[in-house]
Design a protein around this ligand. Sequence first.
Ligand code: BUJ
Length: 672
Amino acid sequence: RHGGMSRKISYKAQTRRGSYLYPVFYSTTAGNDYMHESIVPSDHFQRSLPRLPIPKLEQTLDRYLKSQAVLMTESEWNTTKKLANDFAGSEGIALHNQLIQRDSQNKHTSYISEPWSDMYLKDRRPVCLNHNPFITFTDDPNPKYMDQLIRATNMVVSSLRFMKTFRANLLEPDVYHLNPKESDTMKFRKFVRMLPKSISFYGAYWYKAFPLDMSQYPNLFNSTRIPRHGKDVLSLDEKAKHMLVLRNGHMYLFDAIDKDGNIVAPDVIMAHLKYIMDDPRLPNPNALGVLTTLNRDKWATIRTQLCNAGDMSESAFFSKGMFNEGYMKLVDSALFVLALDDHSPDTPNAVSRNFLHGDGTNRWFDKSFTLILTKDGKTAVNFEHSWGDGVAVLRYFNEVWKETTTKPFVHPDTVPANVHSERIVQKLEFAMDPKLKEYIQEAKNDYAKTCASLDVAHLEYKTFTKTFLKDHKLSPDAMLQLVIQLAYFKQCGKTAASYESCSTAAFRKGRTETIRPATNATKTACEMIEDRSGQYSVEKLREQLEWCSKYHSQLTKEAAMGNGWDRHLFVMKYYAEKEGVELPGLYQDPAYARINHIILSTSTLTSPAVVIGGFGAVTLNGYGIGYAVENERIGFNVTNYPPATNVHEFVQCLKESLDDIYHILQGKLPRK
Ligand code: BUJ
């Protein structure tokens, strides 16, 4: 397990849209702060990345109407179709042309970048449950490394090494290899690195390798969201060298990067973390972090009051009379947050809940991401969503998992360094008046109620897995989406507005596009599978599965290439509202609101580093569905807000739906 002097690792990770290969060629020596030293600079492709296309207006409307068709009666559809036609013939043309013009004047970015980040930053609802997802690391295969202190130290060291590798431009660029045998090679790397940055993308493209946008990466570290009235802001301070550690609701800081920019020695970091873990203080009754669970305007008001309060303490870190504002800056600028929980949730449900929401006291949900470790070493990332998406977080996640499980820096026999942690680790003591304490109690109570109103359920299924679907030449993701549609159909007897998140990182400053997985193909499949009359043979059912697979794969390809309808319509509406133009009929159509009131919100990712992940349902009568289809298992993590829906029943329907697909592919009729 100990790091060798030089090694070559070929590592495969899969993200939610296919396989990404990050082969890493590096030589490493003790004291070297880099995870690897890519011969192709991290930013090599950034300048020449293609621009996110704006679809043709007619195509967008055509796709929109197709998605609507499965949710409405024919007469409703005719009304919606007329509104779409009117839009195409009048206001739509103007909005679309303005968008094209604005886009051509802003070639450094994408048409979605600003409106999408505004969507997050203007949302006044709490970030927690409404936006922040979590992803849990697979346990370390060696249980000795699951010790909280050992794992936390290794996670911190590897996180910082990831950061330094990226900042030194040495992190292997993200590339989606369509033909890995050809392009995931040294020959390819030597070829593309010779190309000027202005055209490097085209060289990769020639090899059928697609470099991905990495513009979100700088915001992983030293970054936070700050609540402001009306619209929050993002802040980034790359100079800060300290990290923020939370334990029992107390806040601690220490420098994890030294004055020369090197990572502090692992055994020293270990000593500081041990010092924090050994702190006998009782849980903080006035843990500030819970304020980050508030409505954003409310939090903005309280934060201002908090920042204006003074503090008279004196320490090496703070000068006498420094105000809370100074402390808050230290929280904002910290490299990242490490939350050390003092308990070990013992059921998968309790583990998920702990990483998704916890009780709020040992969290700071505004930071770009928080690394959370329970007492028994279970580890997850909970991330704020406005600054970035799954691709960037998953890359960080995969690299850290790989390094901590194959080349950890501290071991069961490592002795923490003999340093004066009591002088180096600073405890952050905000000055607080009774009113602030009251706000904290209130926030704690409200948060407990909100979390109690959420329900969570899981399913791990092994009767068949990804390989079985592939052997049957069916797209695993398409089949899983059909399973979700079928489960809802079984439970509620209808089709509902559905969303599958799809990355558009293949484009400069791309974010996400929506795949609309509820289609005529899936609706028909659900009706056929649930039909009791016996009119559909197994062959017919199978053909319908094949059609669902083809159709969904087509939608997926289109979305990944920026050819969905959601973002295009969203951005035209965004500018119409910004300019105070009366909203065209298309947007005032109740059907537009209905299709955007997402009942089945889904997201998937597959990586050996991920054991479970999830997010809150995005509507009170919907489900938040994180799923994975892997070689060893199919898994779901589903959330909802009862009583409008019943997640346990839904998960049971998911299981039945999986069984149905299994039976059909085995040549049997689904069991009724
Ligand atoms: O679409 C977007 O713009 C961003 C989406 C928003 N939303 C979550 C609402 C769909 N954000 C993401 O997709 C990021 C989500 C990251 C978490 C994904 C969880 C995947 C879980 C896999 C493991 C499940 C296995 C369970 C086994 C019992």
